[in-house]
Design a protein around this ligand. Sequence first.
Ligand code: MG
Length: 306
Amino acid sequence: MSGSIRVVEVGPRDGLQNEASMRQLPLEELVEARLRFVTMLAEAGLDDVEAGAFVRSDRIPQMAGTDLLLQRLRAEQPKLWAKKRFWTLVPNHKGFELALAAGAKHISVFTATSDAFNLKNIQMTVEESLATLRPVVAEAQQAGVAVRGYVSTVWGCPYSGKVPAEKAKRVTEELLAMGVQEVSLGDTIGVATPQQVQEVLELIPTELPIAVHFHDTRGTAIANCLEAIQLGVSTVDSSAGGLGGCPYAKGASGNLATEDLLYMLQGMGYQTGVDLNKVCLASEYLEKELELNLPSRYFRAWKGSR
Ligand code: MG
């Protein structure tokens, strides 16, 4: 095996916002801890770090102060700011305006393949959400802001069950057509198996700018990743420490852990440019700071052997 894989670190946003049991900190301390975590991950060699979200802090308090975080990152880490991509999630036009005001250069938007999921999550059908995103993506392009698109429920919906692979293809094409630079295909509830990954990637050519985003809820995330990579995908989302539970299965795992992914990739000879030990140190920092118990297998073995 050879080649290089780009790992997109989603822990500080996708991971953290799903950590219900984390220690609640005053805003300044929360921003400080997140800033340090993001900085450590970028310094570990991750070129893409999802740093936060411009969402309502009364609904998702973990993401409060993302504007402060970006401003401090830019002021205190100018070298990292210049050469890394710090993504922030924006749910709508309002979020985009906030991101722009905070100096964001990279934003993520999201939709799903399932109407039932989108209606529950953002009170819009898939079509309606695509129509809402179109002007946001157009404005981002005009402002020189890169846009990443997440597609949820590609392999299954918590409300409507299995979703046909054709839906992922269609939503991906729509997002790319409106100017999104990269589409991340997500297994939101962690139900996919490698055979189903293959079914989707037979419809969506891996020459397109796509990434995969697997959840380890049922233990298949790493196998699914490997399947996607062997089919030609070269960008994979993961979360340091395996941060982020599964909101649809209480107590279960969410995101694939960055450490576990890196260990597999490096052992197989893939280049990632990331220092696995430094990622573990970042996870260890956050685990202590927020009084968490992170599930990454590699991270736990690393801690146990120290
Ligand atoms: Mg996720």
